[in-house]
Design a protein around this ligand. Structure first.
Ligand SMILES: NC(=O)c1ccc[n+]([C@@H]2O[C@H](COP(=O)([O-])OP(=O)(O)OC[C@H]3O[C@@H](n4cnc5c(N)ncnc54)[C@H](OP(=O)(O)O)[C@@H]3O)[C@@H](O)[C@H]2O)c1
Length: 248
């Protein structure tokens, strides 16, 4: 497929590498221009582009930028044909994104995103930490392959979104419509806890919506407490262990 990725940070660069390696034609863009894109993101064939070039003549656009930056790319997304599949990896962290009243009042994050963009999206890859995403992908059928929830409102979007998640080395699990995608938001049992296909359905079913923001903030606070004195910076596995303790 022809894929344009906006955002070449922790998640976007791994998407670029994995999807190119899987045989897709990938263009990537950040906010500062193609010449600033790290060669690492281009190592398996992705091409650096401007944001306008990245979303031109593609089948799929993947947005991998901070949630509060999504309104800035809405004008570009608005120009896409209706059948283009738009995927989004974002999560809401008020500590980073500033408080967004509608989400604070309970709006599902992906519905807020869809509203900002004026079109449906596929929510995917939001529930795995960058380190696990880069290092823990496996071939389909491998034992203990990590499973990732994928939510979408349109059937063709879901089909494409699930196939691309599989291409990045993870079992894709149909997690239902965007309205139900709070089950994969920060603080949820499946959120950045590296669950397998066998474990994921029960985790989604057990999610308690009202508890998510508090659990998300506890996790952020615990990580910041470690960062505090600079001597015990947590590694990636600490974050997975912490999330498992708090969210499962
Ligand atoms: N990090 C994780 O472990 C993780 C896991 C799952 C999901 N996520 C979510 O995925 C999203 C990306 O996270 P990340 O950690 O990869 O972020 P990141 O490392 O901070 O990278 C953000 C990327 O977005 C680009 N960007 C920002 N505004 C843009 C714009 N208007 N147009 C084009 N590109 C723009 C930045 O480009 P410039 O540098 O040029 O500004 C940068 O390449 C976030 O919503 C995050 O919550 C993150």
């Amino acid at each position: 497929m022809k894929i344009g990725i906006l955002g070449v940070g922790h998640i976007g660069k791994t998407l670029a590498r994995k999807l190119s390696a899987a045989g897709h034609h990938v263009k990537v863009a950040n906010s500062r221009g193609p010449e600033t894109i790290d060669a690492e993101a281009l190592a398996t064939g992705a091409r650096a582009a401007t944001t306008a070039q990245a979303v031109q003549d593609v089948d799929v656009v993947i947005l991998s930028i901070p949630l509060n930056r999504l309104p800035a790319v809405a004008p570009l997304v608005a120009k896409l044909p209706p059948e283009t599949v738009v995927m989004d990896t974002s999560n809401y962290y008020p500590q980073r994104d500033s408080k967004i009243d509608a989400i604070e009042a309970g709006q599902v994050e992906s519905l807020w995103v869809a509203e900002q963009l004026g079109r449906p999206i596929v929510k995917a890859w939001n529930s795995i930490l960058a380190d696990s995403f880069a290092k823990k992908g496996k071939a389909a059928g491998s034992a203990n392959r990590i499973a990732l929830p994928v939510a979408a409102d349109r059937e063709p979007d879901l089909t494409v979104g699930m196939a691309l998640v599989e291409d990045t080395g993870f079992d894709a699990f149909d997690a239902g419509k965007l309205a139900d995608s709070w089950r994969q938001q920060p603080g949820a049992p499946c959120y950045c806890t590296d669950l397998t296909r066998k474990e994921l359905p029960a985790a989604l079913a057990a999610t308690e919506r009202a508890r998510l923001p508090k659990r998300r903030d506890l996790s952020v606070a615990a990580v910041f407490e470690r960062l505090g004195d600079g001597t015990k910076n947590p590694d990636a596995e600490y974050a997975v262990r912490l999330n498992r303790a708090l969210f499962l």
